[in-house]
Write a protein that binds this ligand. Structure first.
Ligand SMILES: [Zn+2]
Length: 414
């Protein structure tokens, strides 16, 4: 294994195994933040922490009892309130049924058209379909004692609601449990959710390397937070490992163009981290050449992907040409999510690095290091490095770096 590959794996290992799951407001999140900060410091960079308040939620117990028997296949929705209710279930599969239902004191059992997709959190500004807002509004009007949402797949349960500002206790249940509940609407059932909700804190960590020729900078970013209950190897310890290796690569070099490394938090929860970053860094007035976001790279059974959102045609061509040298890397369509979307929507040319492969690994406990290939991660790292060289040399009035010492070597170790 090359040194850069083992270095990537070292970072990946720390994030997934030592820090573990890293949702905002948790110890794992703080542990990852301290680690990232320390790596940035050791790399010789100026480091700033952008601390902000966030939900701190913990789940201690969740179960359903039908005829005094606990049935498996339930998962509390992220940020759910606590409850302990014994009452009747009211099954609902369409917005029409929901509109007509009287849910006072009942357990709403949502399935079919109502649970085809997760319900977007109320505070999520980027993408919030009318359908989701309508369903949430109806549920808030009708105030059931609890809500159970039937997951529409037989695979690992994913919470169908993750909303700090939604105050009705809720959980996601497997199709098998959903079926059992549906055939027991004559009987009272018990739903117990025992959770704690507090205010916590998290932070974006920003590390800067000033350029010698210009105050313009290139932003390199990756989010280090995860969803609940996942070690988040692919999403997104892989991206953070690449970001940290880049910081180590460039931290002590003389660069003509500045670099800013941003380890974002709260990407998984309504993009708080981005909102805080934008509030403190006025991008439109700043000279931001481009933002490179690394979110989920290096899957063993996948291809790294890259695309360009915004910017010039020549930038697009240059990135495509560089990517062409990596046989397993493919060009993909723009995707309007993650941290690069924030930069793109503020007019900064944005380049997301990601990966196809086993897509439903994401946000599950299965998202472990075993799915990550050190070689593939190193390919992503190497492509970013080559792209930085392209920017450094070509983007400013065509000025070439004056001496070969100023030039960045594309590969770290030969
Ligand atoms: Zn991600």
């Amino acid at each position: 294994m090359q040194i850069s590959e083992s270095n990537l794996m070292k970072h990946l290992q720390f994030l997934c195994s030592r820090a573990g799951s890293r949702p905002i407001g948790t110890e794992g999140n703080e542990m990852a933040a301290s680690y990232i900060e320390q790596v940035f410091h050791s790399a010789g960079l100026e480091v700033e922490s952008q601390i902000f308040e966030c939900p701190r939620w913990q789940i201690d117990e969740v179960f359903v009892e039908i005829n005094n028997q606990r049935i498996s296949g339930i998962r509390a929705n992220t940020s759910s309130m606590s409850c302990d209710v014994v009452t009747f279930v009211s099954p609902l599969s369409t917005i029409g049924e929901l509109e007509e239902a009287d849910l006072t004191g009942k357990i709403a059992l949502l399935y079919g058209g109502l649970t085809k997709e997760p319900l977007t959190a109320k505070g999520f500004k980027i993408y919030n379909p009318d359908r989701d807002q309508h369903i949430i509004r109806l549920l808030e009007e009708k105030q059931p004692a609890a809500i159970l949402l039937v997951y529409s797949k037989l695979s690992t349960l994913q919470p169908l609601i993750a909303d700090w500002d939604f105050h009705i206790p809720s959980a996601t249940v497997s199709p098998i449990l959903g079926r059992a509940l549906l055939s027991n609407i004559e009987n009272e059932v018990r739903v117990r959710i025992n959770s704690t909700k507090q205010i916590g804190s998290t932070r974006n960590i920003i590390a800067r390397k000033r350029g010698t020729r210009t105050t313009d900078r290139i932003i390199l970013c990756a989010h280090y937070d995860t969803a609940f209950g996942t070690p988040g190897a692919f999403d997104n310890a892989s991206g953070v490992a690449v970001l940290l290796s880049l910081a180590e690569e460039f931290g002590r070099r003389q660069l003509e163009v500045g670099l800013e490394f941003v380890a974002f938090s709260s990407e998984e929860y309504i993009g708080y981290g981005d909102q805080i970053f934008i509030a403190h860094n006025k991008l439109t007035e700043d000279q931001t050449i481009a933002a490179l976001n690394i979110d989920g790279v290096g899957q063993l059974l996948g291809n790294n992907t890259v695309t360009v959102m915004g910017g010039s045609e020549s930038l697009r061509e240059a990135v495509a040409e560089l990517a062409d040298d990596y046989r397993s890397t493919i060009w993909t369509n723009p995707w309007y999510e993650s941290n690069h979307y924030t930069f793109f929507s503020h007019g900064v040319p944005s380049i997301p690095f990601s990966c196809n492969g086993i897509t439903d690994l994401i946000h599950t406990e299965e998202d472990t290091i075993g799915w990550i290939s050190p070689e593939r991660m190193n390919d992503a790292l190497s492509l970013v490095v080559r792209l930085l060289i392209y920017f450094n040399i070509n983007l400013h009035n065509g000025a070439e770096s004056s001496t070969s010492e100023n030039r960045i070597s594309p590969y770290r170790h030969g």
